[in-house]
Unconditional design. Structure first.
Length: 233
């Protein structure tokens, strides 16, 4: 939260803002998960995905018809699987907790978390959003390369729909992890529109425009050094 600068008070052209969302207890908390920072915890991210992607309701997201709107009458008229066995929803709190415990057990990234980025990562402004480390709950630094804030990346990276107060071109800084686990077969940005890491950087507009231009001005050797570092993460 301390990193947020919604009105760009420091005048660096970068105005990250924190998104506050309901956490599982009904209080407001920082949205950390999802491209639009929609969920404050892994339980809520799991419950969101169950409801919106799979149409399975829970006490956290009680939407048995997923994101079908009132205009989608046939969808809304379908039977639901709500059951007294699952707290009158389609899946129970316990099922959500088991899925999020599994996700929590996965190891992040392939790379060595102690490998420092080349200095030019900060020099050309990448580190303004992709913070090399953030503290975990115990204060231990985690090499996640995100500030967890929403930034406007302009039309180049925009989607087509807003999300409750978040514009189509605003995205939570993607963590730079597991960037090349399949040796060139992964795609990048929220919808996979970039085929390579360099193309993903070239599609950074808006608040990241100056940083993108600085990247494109680098000599071939520096650009390769940066992309090689990122593909080891
Ligand atoms: C103003 C903030 C900002 C700056 C500056 C910035 N980025 Fe990003 N970056 C983002 C956001 C937000 C996303 C997620 C966009 C999306 O999902 O469409 C992203 C996504 C990426 C991705 C794709 C990650 C993935 O998993 O698909 C890469 C790679 C990346 N940035 C590298 C860089 C590099 C290298 C620099 C410096 C040249 C840089 N970024 C500068 C905010 C920024």
């Amino acid at each position: 939260m301390a990193l947020a600068d919604p009105a760009d008070a420091d005048g660096d052209g970068i105005s990250g803002r924190a998104r506050l969302v309901d956490d599982a207890n009904g209080a407001l908390a920082l949205g950390r998960f999802g491209g639009k920072a929609t969920a404050a915890s892994l339980d809520m991210q799991t419950a969101d995905a169950a409801a919106i992607d799979l149409g399975l309701s829970s006490v956290f997201v009680p939407l048995p018809h997923g994101d079908c709107t009132p205009a989608q009458k046939a969808c809304r008229a379908m039977a639901t699987g709500r059951s007294a066995a699952f707290e009158n929803e389609e899946i129970s709190r316990e099922m959500i907790a088991l899925v999020s415990a599994y996700v929590r057990s996965l190891e992040p990234g392939n790379g060595d978390p102690r490998e420092a980025p080349p200095e030019l990562f900060a020099e050309i402004g990448c580190a303004a959003c992709h913070r090399p480390t953030m503290p975990d709950r115990a204060g231990k630094p985690l090499a996640v390369y995100t500030d967890l804030l929403l930034h406007d990346l302009g039309p180049e990276a925009a989607g087509s729909i807003p999300d409750r107060g978040v514009s189509p071109s605003e995205w939570r800084t993607a963590p730079l992890l597991d960037l090349d686990p399949m040796q060139g077969k992964r795609r990048y940005l929220h919808d996979g529109r970039a085929a390579t890491i360099a193309e993903a950087i070239a599609l950074h507009g808006g608040e990241a425009d100056a940083s993108r231009r600085a990247f494109l001005r680098l000599g071939a050797a520096d650009r390769k050094r940066l992309v090689d570092f990122l593909s080891r993460r």
